[in-house]
Design a protein around this ligand. Structure first.
Ligand code: HEC
Ligand code: HEC
Length: 558
């Protein structure tokens, strides 16, 4: 009896203590936390697979911003001859020219599932049914008591298409999730439920769902990114909180949404790209500016995602408490994720080993103190017996025990943005329950460079098109560039410079779409900084062009 009481005591007290101690402020990271919960191998595999699935299919059923799937898809898929439908259709088309649901998905920037398993994929997708694979990655349709609901999951922003390979954990380069929300919010007041009912033959449940979504949208403050490829989640969370009362559950009231509190993020540009997931294992603080200093970053993401969807935080709090296993599974998956390898895409012969070794020396002199150390396979004692492929691997990565933040003169908008709503976030009961603390910073985390070859364009604001440009002094970097999808290895990627092809190498069709034009003179898109004290010394170049290419050859192997 006494023994089982002690067990009970230990279980109920040590487990939460143990779990939160993984996310303490200033916790020192002594070795990469690929297996963050220290699970046995088979258990880890199962949890990671479950976590990837939950990253693809959004699990939060108490989300208030769910769209009735059948009428929405019927609406976009239909040939509009019904006059009411025509009216709705033209209202939507005013905003965007979708012709069917697949075009809507493509416009949002979602990637279809690959037809078969892809050997280059570092984070294999879980097994899915044909029904689950029928809609693009991140699209989530689930059954509710009011009918089938449509929403979007983590993978909408956190999966990339790398020459046809769908990489979970890679940044989605062209997401329009924020724009989708903004259009939804614009359209919602027009589509009154009666019109909706007649034109689209909705059920009573679907009308309830739509009314709830419309209600939630009143508490969503949206903002369109300055340029395609960046995300305004920061502003969306801040502006949405500003439409709620400043209490610990950010209560939604008619007054609070009609008279939102002023927030500078309505004007200030704080856009940033979605982060890659395989860096988490090295860090003890989160986001591009390292401003989240404690708490499980996945937990925090659910909170922020749901604030941005106008959800009732009392209900969310309940959901979070009941779904710790789902959150842990996503956490396990995110921490276990790996970067795509250059040699798997281009062949081991595509890397010039001798030059990469020369580049390694430059890296140690100029980069390692911020970005961490990479011991390569070729430096191993047993290197003589290794294959070329094994020589190229990272044998050991040593990042800082405590994730640093440095100001290297890059665009300040994103880190300044955090000063505008950290108090609103820290006040929330959910933040306190999950141990999330936000401390605004003045600078950015020098990110670990694993898989950096696949992470173009560079910097938190995408202002640098390729690594040659990154290693060029600020004033001489390209002021504008054209972006495009990474479809062809030959035409859409500059292998020497690693990243977007520039100038006459730019594919012609990229130049036709203004959405894909990046202009560093716009607010928040500055490409300055990260030169003096790194590869410039008192304004003078430390490296020749040839040495910079050696350094880039080394970076390809990380
Ligand atoms: C609308 C796009 C979007 C969605 C959806 C989204 N994220 Fe993110 N995520 C971002 C952006 C943008 C950042 C980087 C923001 C910054 O730090 O400037 C980010 C950062 C992160 C980070 C921090 C990475 C680091 O290195 O510190 C984690 C972890 C993360 N997201 C996980 C998730 C999870 C889990 C979900 C689903 C619950 C999710 N995200 C959904 C856009 C998104
Ligand atoms: C003083 C610290 C420091 C040094 C030294 C340094 N960096 Fe950085 N680096 C940073 C910071 C901070 C960022 C993030 C800047 C941003 O996103 O605005 C960064 C960003 C980058 C990025 C973009 C990462 C991404 O995900 O977009 C690359 C690539 C990079 N650095 C390469 C290098 C190389 C190569 C060297 C050596 C020649 C180097 N850095 C030296 C601090 C440093």
């Amino acid at each position: 009896m006494a023994k089982s009481l002690i067990k009970l005591f230990l279980f109920s007290f040590t487990f939460p203590l143990f779990a939160s101690s993984l996310w303490e402020k200033d916790l020192e990271i002594l070795s990469p936390r690929e297996n963050v919960y220290g699970l046995a191998e088979s258990e880890l595999k199962a949890r990671v697979a479950a976590g990837r699935k939950a990253a693809l299919f959004y699990p939060v059923t108490v989300s208030d911003l769910l769209l009735p799937y059948d009428p929405i898809s019927a609406f976009f898929d239909s040939e509009a001859d019904d006059p009411v439908r025509q009216l709705l259709y033209s209202l939507a088309r005013v905003v965007s020219p979708y012709k069917n649901m697949d075009e809507v998905y493509a416009w949002v920037g979602l990637h279809t599932y690959p037809a078969a398993a892809q050997p280059e994929n570092p984070n294999p997708l879980p097994e899915l049914t044909p029904e689950e694979r029928s809609r693009p990655m991140g699209t989530t349709v689930f059954e509710t008591e009011d009918g089938e609901a449509l929403t979007f999951g983590c993978a909408a922003c956190h999966s990339g298409n790398l020459f046809g390979v769908r990489v979970l954990g890679l940044t989605n380069r062209f997401p329009r999730a924020n724009e989708f929300f903004r259009q939804g919010a614009t359209l919602a007041p027009y589509v009154n439920s009666f019109l909706f009912q007649g034109a689209l033959h909705t059920t009573a449940g679907e009308r309830r769902m739509f009314a709830r979504a419309k209600g939630a949208l009143r508490y969503v403050g949206t903002k369109v990114p300055v340029t395609l490829g960046l995300d305004t989640s920061l502003a969306q969370v801040a502006l949405s909180l500003a439409k709620r009362r400043p209490d610990e559950f950010a209560t939604r009231t008619a007054v609070s949404h009609r008279f939102p509190r002023k927030n500078k993020l309505a004007e200030l540009v704080a856009d940033s790209k979605p982060a890659v997931w395989w860096n988490l294992k090295y860090k003890n603080r989160w986001l591009s500016d390292g401003s989240i200093v404690s708490g499980n970053p996945v937990h925090t993401n659910f909170l922020w995602n749901e604030i941005g969807r106008g959800t009732d935080l009392v209900r969310l709090d309940g959901w979070l408490k009941e779904n710790t296993r789902t959150i842990e599974a996503i956490t396990a998956a995110v921490f276990a994720s790996r970067p795509p390898r250059y040699e798997k895409f281009f062949g081991s012969g595509a890397i010039d080993l001798a030059r990469a070794k020369l580049g390694e020396a430059h890296y140690k002199v100029s980069c390692q103190r911020c970005h961490g150390g990479y011991e390569k396979g070729w430096s191993r004692e047993d290197a003589a017996g290794l294959s070329l492929d094994e020589l190229l691997q990272n044998h050991r990565v040593t990042y800082h025990r405590r994730t640093p933040v440095r100001n290297v003169g890059t665009d300040p908008g994103r880190y300044l943005g955090m000063f505008e709503f950290s108090a609103d976030l820290n006040r929330l009961a959910i933040s306190k329950n999950i141990g999330t603390v936000v401390v605004p910073q003045k600078g950015y985390v020098p990110p670990p460079l694993d898989g950096i070859w696949a992470r173009w364009p560079y910097f938190h604001n995408n202002s640098i098109p390729n690594l040659c440009a990154l290693l060029t002094r600020s004033e001489e970097r390209p002021a504008t560039y054209h972006a495009g999808e990474a479809r062809s290895k030959e035409t859409d990627f500059d292998r020497e410079c690693v990243g977007y092809p520039l100038g006459e190498k730019t594919p012609g069709h990229w130049k036709k779409d203004p959405d894909y034009f990046y202009d560093t003179t716009k607010e928040g898109l500055s490409n300055k900084g990260h030169d003096e004290g790194i590869f410039l010394s008192a304004g003078r170049e430390i490296y020749t062009r040839e040495q910079k290419l050696e350094l880039i050859e080394f970076l390809k192997t990380l």
